[in-house]
Design a protein around this ligand. Structure first.
Ligand SMILES: [Zn+2]
Length: 192
């Protein structure tokens, strides 16, 4: 039974991943997020057989069914990483439903931020704001548990500083904010 839920979260995560791909591709392009997906080369609307996360890309060997043009591996990688991350978050937070939900939200945001940043070397403001909102939700949860306003305030400040830092890295445009953030994280982990 336990394995069943790992499978559920793998599938759920990969479905969310295919939506995240749409967000990454269409954000700041003026395209709506709810139109049907289509091939970027021949414009063919994708059928349900082509929309299975992870599996479709493997079965079709990364090519469009209509025109055989190459479909970027990014789609497959984002679906796979999302699926595996959701499974990991389930493993770590399974009985704590609030933390489970918040962490799934955060992971989804980070996947979009990472891939968007790698492609465009910028993190859109909306995404930074959403991370900030998620940080505040985490703090709400923290406060509900500890009832310690000083500690909660400290945590909130610390996490908001993190968001501001990410934002700040990308405005210089010298290097991807994501790369700098990972370097900073490694540094922090080395310190503790
Ligand atoms: Zn095509």
């Amino acid at each position: 039974m336990e394995y069943f839920w790992y499978g559920v979260f793998l599938v759920f995560g990969s479905i969310v991943g295919s939506f995240l791909n749409v967000v990454i591709y269409r954000l700041h392009t003026g395209k709506s997020l709810n139109g049907r997906s289509h091939c970027m080369s021949c414009g063919k609307t994708l059928s349900w057989k082509e929309l299975f996360p992870i599996i479709s890309w493997i079965v079709l060997k990364g090519r469009c069914w209509g025109c055989s043009s190459h479909i970027p591996s990014r789609y497959f990688i984002v679906e796979l990483i999302s699926g595996l991350s959701f499974m990991l978050v389930w493993h770590l937070f399974a009985p704590l439903y609030v933390l489970l939900g918040l962490n799934l939200l955060l992971i989804s945001l980070f996947v979009v931020i990472a891939v968007y940043d790698i492609r465009h070397t910028i993190i859109p403001d909306e995404l930074s704001i959403l991370v900030g909102v998620t940080a505040i939700l985490f703090m709400g949860y923290e406060y509900a548990l500890t009832r310690d306003i000083a500690y909660t305030f400290y945590r909130c400040l610390r996490d908001l500083v993190w968001v501001v830092f990410l934002e700040d890295c990308t405005t210089s445009r010298k290097e991807s904010g994501w790369v700098l953030a990972m370097r900073n994280l490694r540094y922090r982990l080395g310190q503790s």
